[in-house]
Design a protein around this ligand. Structure first.
Ligand code: HEM
Length: 441
């Protein structure tokens, strides 16, 4: 039964749309190429410019898309656009998709994930999570994040090549989010493996084999998480998940078991699958722009804006999608109910109408923070503050420790389209700037 369910879900969500998109991409359709053409994965920015040059909304037989900042913001902030086809106005598709989602293999875009549910369920879930995931609680973690970063840096061999992603950019966020959620950090390798498989499900046109692998990984992850939640019910700790499990008794509202699992898993996955990209993208950009790195070394007050500029210039999440919940006018075009609109966040972040000289990386850019890398509207990233802080701490700790970092081979980009980062970033340390004894000072 579960194999039939998986096959149905794959066919509706990825198989049939994937076939149509790949065929359109072969015919040269620009939206389809941006979605499916492997060649554009490495560098989609010229194609975003071409899309924007055709107008604020570009439409093909199946989809609309925008790479302009203004229209993307409008779509993301509008309550007339909803966050997924499964939650949209197409009742039949709704029903089939809901039935096809196996509760034992909930993924990041399966309801009731925050990413795809609508108000009032979204409002309720988000309120409950935000109550425990407060800015104060996040700021509280600054010292601990630095400790984790320094521990990882201690293990990097001096003068030898190492992979920044494996040694630092991936384990740091997974350890931080594991500590916040109160899941054992000893599970980090398993989480990274499961997370990498699950991240593929964000991409359109996922092939059956990759879907099947992701499905198996999600089953393992869900089963582990269910056991962990049962443990927290009996023996709560002082962590965010324990609070979520037990919270709400006083005010009469609490998350259902499925909501709890979906929300916890989303926080866990979103907590490391994206921040790893931000750290990796930032390191590569700064090594490619040594004069800007030197300016940051001279004046560390520039780090916060540098992180914003990385988010703008090389956005870790490039794309998201909304569906028109009714017939609607968008930037002068009439879109029918059910029309999917791809918002090219990475393209909106290079829109010359908002960012002057948009293809130049400039850590002093005054309005870098106007990027849409964390989306906008009700689904605005819940972990934005954590990600900003974590990246800033990670980068400062790395560049304070080593003053002679350089590339030691060709970096490899992730094979994903929605998430943009590196799977491998080979570096070499030339010389230690600070010994472990003086680290963090
Ligand atoms: C550089 C790091 C990150 C980036 C670029 C990023 C980006 C995003 C984006 C673009 C969305 C909205 C997608 C949409 O509108 O369809 C989102 C939502 C979300 N993010 Fe992040 N994220 C990052 C880090 C984090 C972290 C560290 C956490 C964890 C704690 C997190 C948790 C979430 C959650 C829970 C949502 C769903 C919010 C909702 O739908 O109400 N993110 N993120």
């Amino acid at each position: 039964m579960s194999r039939l369910r998986s096959a149905t879900l794959w066919a509706i969500r990825y198989g049939l749309p994937g076939m149509a998109v790949r065929a359109a991409a072969r015919r040269g359709d620009l939206i389809a190429r941006l979605t499916a053409d492997e060649a554009l994965r490495e560098d989609p920015f010229d194609a975003y410019d071409q899309l924007r040059a055709r107008g604020p909304v570009v439409t093909n037989r199946f989809l609309s898309a925008t790479a302009t900042h203004r229209t993307a913001s409008e779509v993301l902030r509008s309550d007339k656009f909803v966050a997924s086809a499964g939650a949209g106005p197409n009742r039949l598709l709704d029903r089939v998709l809901t039935a096809a989602v196996d509760p034992k293999a909930l993924g990041p875009v399966d309801p009731p994930s925050l990413l795809v549910v609508q108000p009032p369920q979204h409002t309720r879930l988000r309120k409950l999570v935000s109550r425990t995931f407060t800015p104060r609680a996040v700021n509280h973690l600054t010292g601990r994040m630095r400790e984790v970063a320094d521990d990882l840096l201690d293990r990097i061999p001096e003068g030898e090549p190492f992979d920044l992603v494996e040694a630092y950019a991936a384990p740091l966020p997974v350890m931080v989010i594991s500590e916040i959620l109160g899941v054992p950090t000893t599970m980090q390798d398993e989480f990274l493996r499961w997370g990498n498989e699950a991240a593929a499900t964000l991409d359109p046109g996922l092939r059956w084999r990759a879907f099947w692998r992701a499905d198996a990984a999600l089953r393992d992850l869900n089963a582990w998480f269910e056991n962990h939640l049962a443990h927290l019910r009996r023996d709560p700790g002082d962590d965010l998940l324990s609070k979520l499990v037990h919270d709400g008794v006083d005010n009469g509202d609490r998350l259902t078991d499925t909501e709890l699992r979906a929300t916890g898993l989303l926080l866990l996955g979103a907590g490391f699958e994206t921040t790893v990209n931000l750290i990796g993208n930032a390191v590569r950009l700064l090594l490619d722009h040594p004069e800007q790195l030197a300016a940051l070394r001279a004046d560390p007050s520039g780090w916060a804006n540098a992180v914003e500029e990385v988010l703008r210039y090389d956005s870790p999440v490039q794309v998201t999608l909304r569906v028109a919940s009714e017939d609607i006018d968008l930037a002068g075009q009439r879109l029918p109910q059910g029309r999917a609109v791809i918002t090219m966040l990475g393209g909106a972040n290079r829109d010359p109408a908002v960012f002057s000289d948009p293809h130049t990386f400039d850590i002093t850019r005054p309005n870098a923070r106007e990027h849409l890398a964390f989306s906008a509207g009700i689904h605005y990233c819940l972990g934005a503050q954590l990600a900003r802080l974590e990246a800033s701490i990670a980068l400062q700790a790395l560049f304070e420790r080593f003053d002679g970092l350089s590339l030691a081979g060709s970096p490899t980009r992730r094979g994903t389209r929605v998430l943009r980062g590196y799977t491998e970033l080979p570096l070499r340390t030339n010389k230690k700037a600070a010994s472990a004894a003086t680290k963090g000072t």
